[in-house]
Design a protein around this ligand. Structure first.
Ligand code: CAA
Length: 260
């Protein structure tokens, strides 16, 4: 893989993706988006990781949004296409069969917050700042922010964030339930690795189906969501891992899941 603005490493079945454009606050330019697309496709195909961490390089920014300079001069049709492409990438992250942890190490603004919202967990440094500043640029969020933030926080808080364009503290994000954990900056990656390490011991297919049931079930009626859940529950009994999980419980030992 020839990645230019994104770094990737894997250790003990945990992948770490680092967006590496610190000179531009890790803003999502075309190169970063292309790198992410290539990398995520590869991860989805190879299935070598059981959990992944996504973070930004440096101490200042997770990702400070879409690249504003690249947006200058776009026609309405090009802007719409940019949003469609960006949304598809965020959807790809949400649909990955393994959990993704956003380690929000600094500014998560606009497209940066939208990227984190596509992940399954957001852990944040207590110095992080976040928001949807698009209205300050005469724009609206285009990578899923209006939809995922209102689903995560409810419409009232999503309006508060997206209509004001203000920046919010990590503490505020924690109190509203956006971040599941706040850390000192130096403790953020160790905390993300610890969580990823736990996830990596869980049954991979069961995790994929938990994601599917939550992500796809919660937009349906409760009856339809429950049907999806019972169908997926049934499918877990097709896996060897469920035999191993139940056997390990009976034998009072940790389960050793193989992912099938
Ligand atoms: N796009 C392009 N370049 C960016 C950028 C962005 N989103 N954010 C920061 N940069 C660049 C700056 O232009 C600057 O580059 P130069 O040194 O070449 O001037 C460099 O990163 C450092 O930034 P600052 O000097 O501004 O650093 P700061 O510490 O004073 O401020 C900041 C940091 C508050 C994050 C500020 O950079 C900022 O407000 N950035 C823009 C945030 C934003 O509006 N994001 C939304 C983008 S629109 C979007 O995302 C649409 C969508 O939903 C798809």
């Amino acid at each position: 893989m020839d990645l230019k603005s994104v770094r990737y490493s894997v250790e003990n079945k945990v992948g770490t993706i680092t967006i590496a454009r610190p000179e531009a606050m890790n803003a999502l330019n075309k190169q970063v988006l292309t790198d992410l697309r290539v990398l995520l496709h590869e991860l989805d195909q190879k299935r070598e990781v059981r959990a992944c961490i996504l973070t930004g390089e440096g101490e200042k920014a997770f990702v400070a949004g879409a690249d504003i300079k690249e947006m200058e001069g776009l026609s309405p049709a090009q802007a719409r296409e940019m949003a469609v492409q960006g949304q598809a990438l965020m959807q790809k992250i949400e649909d990955l069969p393994f959990p993704v942890i956003a380690a929000v190490n600094g500014f998560a603004l606009g497209g940066g917050l939208e990227l984190a919202l596509a992940c399954d967990f957001m852990l944040a440094s207590n110095k992080a700042k976040w928001g949807l500043p698009e209205v300050t640029l005469g724009l609206i969020p285009g990578y899923g922010g209006t939809q995922r933030l209102s689903r995560n926080l409810g419409r009232a808080l999503a309006r508060r964030v997206a209509l004001s364009g203000e920046m919010f503290s990590a503490q505020q994000g924690y109190e509203w339930g956006l971040f599941t954990q706040l850390c000192e900056p130096a403790d953020l990656m160790p905390a993300a690795r610890k969580l990823a390490g736990v996830l990596a011991t869980r049954a991979p297919m069961a995790m994929a189906w938990v994601k599917e049931a939550i992500n796809h079930g919660s937009d349906r009626t409760q009856a339809e969501g429950l049907k999806l859940e019972s169908d997926l529950f049934g499918r877990t009994f097709e896996t060897k891992d469920h035999l191993e999980g139940i056997k390990a419980f009976v034998e009072k030992r940790p389960a050793d899941f193989q992912g099938h």
